[in-house]
Design a protein around this ligand. Sequence first.
Ligand code: GAP
Length: 379
Amino acid sequence: MVYERGDVVGIDAAIIMNPEVWKASGHLEGFTDPLVECKTCHQRFRADQEDKLKEHKEEHDKKGEEASWTEPKTFNLLTEVFLGVTEPKQKAYLRGEITQGVFVNFQNITSSSRIKIPFGIAQIGKAFRNEITPGNFTFRSREFEQMELEYFVRPDDKEAEKVFNYWKEERMKWYVAFGLKKENLRFREHETKERAHYARFAEDIEYNAPFGWKELEGIHHRGDWDLSRHKITYKDSESGKEYTPWVIEASGGVDRALLFFLINAYAEDGDRIVLKLHTKLAPYKAAVFPLLANKPELVKLARKIYDDLRKEFFIDWDDRGNIGKRYYAQDEIGTPFCVTVDFESLENNDVTVRDRDTTKQERILVTKLRDYLHHAILD
Ligand code: GAP
């Protein structure tokens, strides 16, 4: 999204932000969920999550209790923090979306780089929301990681539509390229009433999770909402024209992506549990073992291979138990290759490389191992 493109730059903006930013962006007013409270047990829920409300009512019904709800109230999701050395301390906010850091730094970026519209600013980092109902493991949490692209275009309907469609397809391809099954992905257009306050148009990329089709990433046409509210303009260096660019945004959740990559990769193959993660996503790219831990000559060569490979790849080491158990342990954490140093290695300077998915083994010269892994992991 950044390094392989000439039209996108990356930034890392602040997490704690001035209330003025959130006032201008409309979040103090519009970043809300409807909240209802159970009059019986005072548990709070999002009024728009009908399945959760039904489930809760049924729990009370089972106990022979009445359950009814308060009128929905708007509940702001921004997280307040109080800072400073004088009392009362000053109120600030943890960023509710990482996006605003891009807009308030827009002029720093355009004045310090050669980038010209159309161009994008991408960022990855923590966001915080006082969610009413966090849950489904890391799917909805109060502290989570976002990965976003804000792509700036001329204020023109046709251009914005073209760029919106381009990014929506690119982002879908990105998830498929990292292994999510196509049949478990779909686009879903937002109805007018569910759109965020800044969005003119929005579509989600959804994943077919065990708990239903769920949002993985949102593609938003934010128009000039943010830049105009922050009173930021752009001057075209060729024509000299000054205008407020429009923004097409791709906003994904890192935690959600990880959760779905894990669910997608989980497989049972006979008595093996295998995490069939894409090689680029696997935490360890390979594990190195000496066949026997009590044979110093095997350990010495294995250790050397491990130390050499570690300079380039994330590599695990294991010399416990028998070889079969080590293979199974690596399968469960998704390590694509296991490299074993055995007695033949001492004579031929080669190793066995076992493939996680096929369990097939081949002998590779130690001198070719680095290239072999490079090719198998990165191509
Ligand atoms: N800047 C636009 C924006 O923040 P969003 O649809 O509110 O849009 C974007 O959030 C993505 O962030 C979502 O598609 C989701 O993947 C992730 N996300 C949002 N709230 C989350 C939460 N409470 N826990 C985990 N991920 C969350």
